[in-house]
Ligand binder design. Structure first.
Ligand code: UDP
Length: 244
């Protein structure tokens, strides 16, 4: 597996199947692994924040989670095979772990959302053990309790949807204590699993327009559009400066 450099972060040239296989292989290991899902917005945030870039660069796997990342890799002349959405990787892992009788923990989202996600996942993947779940709105004072609960759950996969970049910092800070084989930062995936947030229609996913769906449907014009545009311009500048 090779990693390309986009602005200040590395992104792995993996397909969905390769990423899934890697995660499943790591579950046989004793060392805890971190999977991050950078998109253009995170790429821009990391460009502005070296601490975030450092956390992302320490991850064992960084999947190209967005059309902006795929475009950037093409601009830089070293294209990734295609977009690998975090929600798709996470869902593939549920299916694979269900067949193996694996254990998972869900952390993040609002209380009613994570409990509904757990209910739906348990129903759809009966072979899985949901060893625990909890919402993502806890304070500093509950931090060690949350970590202890996850450690005791002893899971194959820990899915953390606290939003970026909180989930990346949180995972990086606690990874060694979580006793989870593979931990993934999954953004709004719990909302999708719970049926609380829509996923883009298939034609938009196929046309690489999921980012546009998120911006328009979720009204994220001011939050997502400026970093996306700045990210693309910075990548073009990186190419023109011949750093790649
Ligand atoms: N969230 C959370 N705790 C927080 C802030 C956010 O658990 O303090 C959850 C939120 O409820 C949602 C997810 O994190 O389930 C963020 O989803 P979003 O689509 O914003 O992901 P991002 O775009 O940040 O990857």
């Amino acid at each position: 597996m090779s990693r390309i450099q986009i602005l200040t972060i590395g992104v792995d040239k993996v397909t969905l199947k390769a990423a899934e296989a890697l995660c499943l292989r790591w579950m046989e290991d004793s060392r805890p692994r971190l999977v991050v899902t950078p998109n253009a917005e995170i790429g821009y945030a990391a460009y502005k924040n070296p601490d975030l870039a450092a956390v992302l660069n320490q991850a064992d796997l960084a999947i190209p989670d967005g059309a902006g990342i795929v475009l950037a890799s093409k601009v830089l002349g070293d294209p990734v095979p295609g977009k690998v959405a975090g929600v798709d990787l996470a869902t593939c892992l549920l299916a694979a772990l269900s067949q193996r009788g694996g254990r998972i923990y869900l952390l993040g989202a609002r209380p009613e959302v994570v409990s509904e996600a757990a209910r739906r996942v348990a129903k759809q993947y009966p072979g899985l053990t949901i060893a625990g779940f909890r919402d993502g709105y806890f304070g500093q004072e509950e931090e060690s309790k949350v970590v202890a609960e996850i450690r005791a759950a002893n899971v194959d996969a820990l899915f953390v949807g606290l939003g970026a970049p909180r989930q990346e910092f949180w995972l990086s800070q606690h990874l060694a204590d979580l006793n989870a084989k593979v931990s993934l930062g999954i953004g709004g995936t719990l909302d999708i699993w719970a049926g609380a947030a829509p996923r883009a229609p298939k034609w938009m996913v196929k046309a690489n327009l999921e980012w546009l769906f998120r911006i328009v449907k979720l009204g994220r014009y001011s939050r997502s559009l400026p970093p996306l545009i700045k990210f693309v311009l910075l990548v073009i500048a990186q190419r023109l400066k011949g750093r790649q």
